[in-house]
Design a protein around this ligand. Sequence first.
Ligand SMILES: Cc1cc2nc3c(=O)[nH]c(=O)nc-3n(C[C@H](O)[C@H](O)[C@H](O)COP(=O)(O)OP(=O)(O)OC[C@H]3O[C@@H](n4cnc5c(N)ncnc54)[C@H](O)[C@@H]3O)c2cc1C
Ligand code: SF4
Ligand code: SF4
Length: 1021
Amino acid sequence: MEELRQRIAEDLTDSIQGEIHTDAVTCALYATDASIHEITPAAVVHPRSAEDVAVLASWASTNEVPLIPRGAGTGLAGGALGAGIIIDFSRYMNQILEVGNDYVRVQPGVVHAELNKVLRKQGRCLTPAMGRSAISTIGGMLAVDAAGPQAYRVGSMRDHVREVECVLMGGQRIVFSRQDPVQLQFLRREPAARHVAPEPMRDSSEMFLPVDEEEAQLLTSVLPMTRRDDVLERLTALLDAASTDIRDLQPVMLRNASGYMLRGVRRPESLDLARLLAGSEGTLGIFTEILLYTMPVPEHRVLSSVMFATTEAALQAVQLLLDLDPSACDLLDRRLLSLALEARVEWESIILREAEAGLFLEFTGGSSNEVRKRHDDSLNLLQDAGIDYAVTRTAATPKDVDDLWELPQSSSSLLARLKGASQPIPIVEDIAVPPTEISRFMNLAQKTFQRHEVTATLFAHVATGQLHIRPLLPFPEPETASRVEALARDLYQHVRTVGGTISGQHGDGLSRTAFIRSQYGRLYRVFQKVKDIFDPQRLLNPDKIISDDGRLTVRHVRQIAATTHEHSAVDTNDLLHVLDLRWTPTEAINAAAKCDGCGECRSTDESVRMCPFFHLDSTEDASPRSKANIMRQALSSGNTDELLSDENVRNLAASCFNCRQCQSECPSQVSIPHLMMETRAQYVRANGLSRTERLLSRFHSYAKFGNRFTRLSNRLLRHRVFRRLLERTMGIAEHRRLPRFAGQEFLNSAVARRECSDGRPGGDRPTVVYFVDYFANHHDTQLAHAFVRILQHHGYRVYVPPGQTVSGISMMSLGDTESAREIAEANLRELGEPAREGFPILCTESSAALCLSQDYPLLLDHADVGTVADQATDAGTFLLDLYARGKLRTDFNELSLKLVYHTPCHVKALGPERGLYQLLQLIPGVDVEAIERGCTGMAGSWGVAAENFDQSLTIGARLIEELRTADVSAGTTDCSSCRLQMEQGVDYPTVHPLKILALAWGLMPEVARQLESRPVGYRMS
Ligand SMILES: Cc1cc2nc3c(=O)[nH]c(=O)nc-3n(C[C@H](O)[C@H](O)[C@H](O)COP(=O)(O)OP(=O)(O)OC[C@H]3O[C@@H](n4cnc5c(N)ncnc54)[C@H](O)[C@@H]3O)c2cc1C
Ligand code: SF4
Ligand code: SF4
């Protein structure tokens, strides 16, 4: 492999404009997609143009290296995996090239939802809408013939493609369309010694003759026009010869993405090659440009959720409803409905607890009256037929319809919430049967599941007969893999019995290719010949659709077992120690393996926060998924140290600053932040910290001097020459507005000391413990005082443990776990006793609450770590709880304030409630608007470093832009680090909500002065 990698890099680096990666880390990131499979490629290429792809295909043909095209890697069957060179189109070849009245020309890497956003401006769209629209690329969708819930009405990608520019193996760029001329010369010519003979098809058991190598080489080196003519000639001959088999063995179906779609390709006067290429899974040609038909956005829609007491009743209803031509009809089984019930409070009114199945029924049309009538007729029809049902919601406005669609469209994500060793494995997840046969098939399938002693979940686009069935099984490992194969084999037998197909819209990939022969019989031979016409060397995406490997379904199953020793770094005496955090390799790999590669964290949709780095630069290594992948592979491959100390891991880690949005929004709640902490810690262990990192990691120690010589330090911080010097010597960004030092640390203040005078928590008043953390101790001491006054106002004694220090989250984020451990030990010494006595530990910084509750348990094996974690919470959650229990005082003075509120990522990570934002709304005269424009890009001290300053501002740009246009007197947020960024971008102050509450309670009139101050120059307000 190393030799091949070297050859690829040497031969191709100067030949193409795009990027070539042959390092172990990048290759590891492309070894998986959303399937259960894993194959490490030799290299990854990000082409910038079709010309790049042509050069690559020419080189690969000469050197006999496989090429595997890839979009977003959300395929569920492993179609984008392979041992050769992965061509990732999502990175650069993602442009919309031309938008016409009824068509659009795109590069293959364009994301479906992004395209629709542009088309919608002129009232058009590209169907089908589908579950992964915000992530999947047009190239990937066309290659598997993707479809969505509305496929019954609008078809699949195959129905929308007009023209495809392909690069064939050998490097010829050829445009194929819906009307390529038939070429009959071939039939008239002497059948030269070529591998495809136009003879009638014989028995399917007949072995296919391998391609003559010399001929294959010859074919791949001819001019594009000659090659095109050759393809058309051979194909015409083949399709003519095989017409009977195609008619008999590939019947008309609403959905079929298995094998090559040969039906309908041969027209009387032409060949529809665009139709054939749709669903070809990158095995015939590499798409470099795609011309698609667009369609008008449906003007009027009505969507209803209809609940049924039995699945049979729901399926019976579907048979009647299809006559009324619904645009979509999706079914969720009881398990999915229950998961949805748990997932969102607002869905409780949509789902009946006793329902066994729910249908989401949509009608579209030209007028609201028409769709309403068809909708009402459909329900009357069910009533007349005596079917028992309940309509729980009917949505008729575009927004309501979109909101209601969210429920069925989240079904795949909901499955990730299932707990237990058995998981919904995507292996037979794409069966499609004639809609009239669904009940019969489901009965047969149930019996098969019983025989195999498994249960399964069902989500179905019933109008097209598309059944997304997922058996609940332990993740297949070498010893259990045959169980999966046996189940698939038995189910697919029933699929054939009812005239269905093993794949309706996800393609065959590695999961199903081994079963295509049994699905199509002797037609499989024709598929082989099609493959050899386009790709005589069989180097394009090998083992997809055409393969001789009977065990392919389980040959490349993802490794989820650790091969390293069961030790953790906590046993520091152990020479074999592997991990820095307090988990065993098995626990760590289990955490990483929770990522099923679904790709949701590749979303750049503005409605999700997900990963700020991916929003900024949509590369695979910037995605949270890559972080889980690298850790799983490092632990399963056995060369943990080597992989994790690689320089490329540093780059990977540089695209994570521990904001934790991925964990909150990931359907499987993969603990990416902890995996990243571990990865960074490993890297730091091998390579050490940089100077700036060391400074930022221990900044609290230097802040002591800043406070001791306040006047001087505050003056220096405003001085341009000093700030330049600081940037040059320490790497602190010159232009970052910094907070002034307070003078006296809060922990040394009389208030803090008075409350703790007896050195013990508890007493005659209910007691809470205040964990102050860095910012409120050194800079914004007013915040600490405000919080203490608020708590006292509510009758609490506020115990401020005198020996507490910073939380250490910056250290953990930077990989300096050794220092973080010392800090955590010091804090636990202070917090352990009050926690054991049951006193709440309250934090004014949400990051501190996260660190105490979620990070310390992974950092230290300490007797009190769990108790402290249980007792720690943020101020907002605590006060909101008081309010909910009717114990919060509401004797606020009226203020006159217009505020804009930003929700910090770490507040989101603590839970859905935004306690302090909710409480601000109780203050009379306060008009507070929450804006949702993503992460500020500060992430603790990360945005303070000069090397991150520009990137930090770019990440926060959307938010800053919104803040600049807001007509408000001040900003507010409960994170001091976010405050830094907010004040960087605007000329009004940002004040912690607790201080505004203290002002409203009349506890801290001096806050009014800050509300009138301004951030200027190098200084914050
Ligand atoms: C949670 C979830 C929900 C999903 N919902 C749906 C759904 O509603 N409907 C649906 O149809 N699918 C769905 N899928 C499956 C998946 O999103 C689709 O198969 C999608 O079309 C894959 O697009 P991609 O860009 O990720 O392609 P990839 O996974 O990267 O590739 C898919 C195939 O396309 C080939 N390919 C990619 N680019 C090219 C190119 N330029 N030229 C030639 N071949 C190429 C690859 O080789 C591979 O065989 C879902 C998946 C998940 C995880
Ligand atoms: S990290 Fe979560 S969202 Fe991202 S691919 Fe993995 S499971 Fe999906
Ligand atoms: S913690 Fe934040 S920066 Fe890191 S991967 Fe997750 S979303 Fe991205």
